[in-house]
Design a protein around this ligand. Sequence first.
Ligand SMILES: C[S@@+](CC[C@H](N)C(=O)[O-])C[C@H]1O[C@@H](n2cnc3c(N)ncnc32)[C@H](O)[C@@H]1O
Length: 249
Amino acid sequence: MVPQMLSRLWSYFVFVSSKKARLTGQSPDGREAVLLNYVLKKAEEGNAQAVLAAIDDYTQSVWMMNIGKHKGSILESAVHRCEPKLALELGAYCGYSAIRIASKMTKPGRKLISIEMNPNNCNVAKEIIIHAGVASKVEVMEGTVSDKVEDLCEILDDEGVPHFDFILTDHSKKSYLPDFLVLKERGMIGKGTVIVSNNVGSDFSNHLRSKTNELESEEHKCCAEYLSLLPSIIPVSTFKADLPISVRT
Ligand SMILES: C[S@@+](CC[C@H](N)C(=O)[O-])C[C@H]1O[C@@H](n2cnc3c(N)ncnc32)[C@H](O)[C@@H]1O
């Protein structure tokens, strides 16, 4: 127990002090690829809960930036309440939160689009999502909101829905607000869209708190990913305003 915790703490400092990790979203020691092999070996194919358990097990001794169990259950409750037809995730990493979201999208025809800028993380996420048996519900796209904005508009049109009804922002803090504004300006956020934000940066937190005319937010107290002593907050916000979808074209 103690050696595992020390190893996890050490790997946390290795990760957060790495320039590569900050710039690329990928660890300096390739732990994402090691996780993939671990999952393929340990978790039963097609069993999403077994895949999540294997990831949580691996992260007992190696810290990773998956949303984790505690925040994951807040995320799952928000998805369960919202019952999204079309959901969007910003920041797939290794696919952990995507599997949690997809597992709660139980009705037929439901879909999650997950955007991930790092090509290696993208590949790991895709493989883990396939292994978890939820690939028919999850599409991982390599890129960022700004370079995928037209594809996102097209997906909404193809699916015949006016806007995403659920969004998880879990990519880079500095992109939360600009990406939110792009999605809003292009009509991809609309009345009833639920937005869950992990590790909110101050400008986005301020935005959520100040725009009470368009957003209703509740803040859930929790702890940081795989670091139970570090307090954190997850805001779950619902967009209240009605936007014309014509802004998309
Ligand atoms: C905190 S991790 C996501 C964890 C994931 N949601 C989970 O819980 O399993 C952040 C991920 O966002 C990606 N990322 C960072 N900035 C991004 C951006 N602007 N657009 C898309 N992905 C980004 C990183 O490469 C990294 O894989």
